[in-house]
Design a protein around this ligand. Sequence first.
Ligand code: ADP
Ligand code: SF4
Length: 700
Amino acid sequence: MAPDPRFAVLFEPLRIGPVTAPNRFFQVPHCNGMGWRDPAMLAAMRAVKAEGGWGVVCTEEVEIHPSSDITPYVELRLWDERDLPALARVCDAIHAHGALAGIELCHNGLDAPNHWSREVPLAPSSLPVIAGIPPLQAAAMDRRDLADFRRWHRTAVRRALTAGFDLVYVYAGHGLSLLEHFLSRRFNARCDAYGGSLENRARLLVEVLEETRALCAGRAAVAVRLALREDLGTGSLEPAEVRELVSLLADRPDLFDFCLAGWDADSQSSRFAAEGFQEEALRGLRRLTPKPVVGVGRYTTPDAMLRIVQSGLVDFVGAARPSIADPFLPVKIREGRFEDIRECIGCNICVSGDFTVSPIRCTQNSSMGEEGRRGWHPERIRPKAREARVLVIGAGPAGLEAALWLGRRGYEVALAEARREAGGRVAREARLPGLAAWMRVRDWRLAQIRKLPQVALYLDSPLTAADALEFGAEAVMVATGARWRTDGIGRFHTSPLPLDPALLVLGPDALMDGNLPEAGPVVIYDDDHYYLGGVLAERLRLAGFTVHLVTPEPLVSAWTRLTLEQARIQRRLLELGVELHTSEAVVAGFADAVELACVFTGRRRSLACRALVPVTARAPEDRLYRDLLAAGAGRRDHPIGTLRLVGDARAPATIAHAVYAGRRAAEELHAPEPRRLVRALPRALPRRRGTGARPVGIGG
Ligand code: ADP
Ligand code: SF4
């Protein structure tokens, strides 16, 4: 099908050195928490990207040597020949759908603690290892180390070619790679030919680049991934230096891929950065090189993609998160199905998979990470097993997702929602400062559901068990959500706090429904540690209240370290003037104060306030489910043969969990038996490539 003429330029094939990309949609390298441990799952995930129309699909970073071991995190590895089957499998899966396969070779330098390999960490200068703040320092690389590194990189390039990759990265980005550590004055204090002037600091990069080019000659293109700017502290790479560097490298690589450093600057959440947030840093760079340029900026709208290509800012539209949220984004643009694009909401739950060393997940795309092990697809689902009417109760993220995929399976679905608007928690949270993009979770699902005549949405319909029994559905999915507790029970206190009834206690739900206290100061007691405590503090501060945020953790919104947001949240709250009280818990509430206790010493003190907002834990709204269960629903001989509690109503968690639970309920209706989770490691190298796989070990 010919693309919509307005967007035709995005579908033009484009040369990258000796290879040709079928279009300008470029899935840049991104981590996924699967890596060398789950290569079959990883291959399935990348294959779906290629199937969805991404012209170039890259791996995540690939450790080239045991001295680049970032255990406990799992990326890909190319330590020796035994890693080839996994790499070849990923490469073949991408090729199967006509995309170019890129590999991001990487040595992590100062960022590699080498916990597993016990190799000595390597860096330009003798400095402490960054990742995980271990009590380790890297060795300043001597001439022999430099020669070794170059040899390892050459070997990795040869192996990448053997695996069949079309595009080989020389990685100097994100503040995570040895080559960037050499480039940056922050990490490079050498006095030899590899330190000092920019030309000297770039020497190793140039040497590695030229060697990579020589090896790839004619067989694969060579990309350089560079940080546009470093936001890493004193001595960081300046934009002017980057421009000088691009001019210096000029036509040596076949492609420039630009990012920001560190990773938290590059992958900023929508709470802190809008679509296209890297454009200013990108401006003017393309003119410095005759080679094509790829840039990112969480682009989800076709018009913005067109603009950055037509204005000459980039040649390729780079994407990690937009391709995770919608692997079929290019196909949808080509077919003019713009309203079907499942836009990334910029929540960075995908990133948390990497930090928790677990397979990637996505708030918007319930199939992400499940393509291989559960066989889920972002666009398709197997048809219904037989005719049945399904009642879904609650139109929050879980209920919407369940209704959508049940409808896509062909079932007749009634979706009942108590409130006048759908969306559940998302509808309320998206109205808080910085979270507007989250409404996409609701809006995309509603738009898709509207296309399905077999799904009917009933708003303003609070159902009871009697209503559900009377409705006459064969299957009932209860997705009634959860409400924030107001008694202080959470992680720190597992029994209710002693609270004087004279103290105004406002739960997050009441606040989000618009009930503000009459006067401050307000104490937010955050024992939840994700975003809500911090966002509510921001909301109240912007409304003019004096706000104290109390948390038993040493950092505010501590879990958001896993979504790369923590430092920005703490900075924003401090700049807004929110008083932060860390490593303390609220232990009692009085008419005009709360009592705090230090979590280490137990030392107590009083903090004056007029209102307390506990953000601690949620209570599942499962009454309806329990009533149905008591009435016999869910038994094989009952008219409601299937009864399922889904999402927060079963176990309160993230929005991503609720969406996943909704998809799972739809997938598993009338399924013979739930699919077992298997970890399939490739047992053998594809025949053309040689011998069988053995466990990964330390290689040369
Ligand atoms: P989840 O994240 O699991 O989807 P939410 O709390 O976001 O949970 O959404 C649950 C939705 O269920 C809310 O919109 C709520 O109004 C709705 N709901 C709760 N109880 C009922 C009920 N008895 N009948 C219909 N809808 C209900
Ligand atoms: Fe976007 Fe969130 Fe999905 Fe990541 S998890 S791709 S940030 S919607």
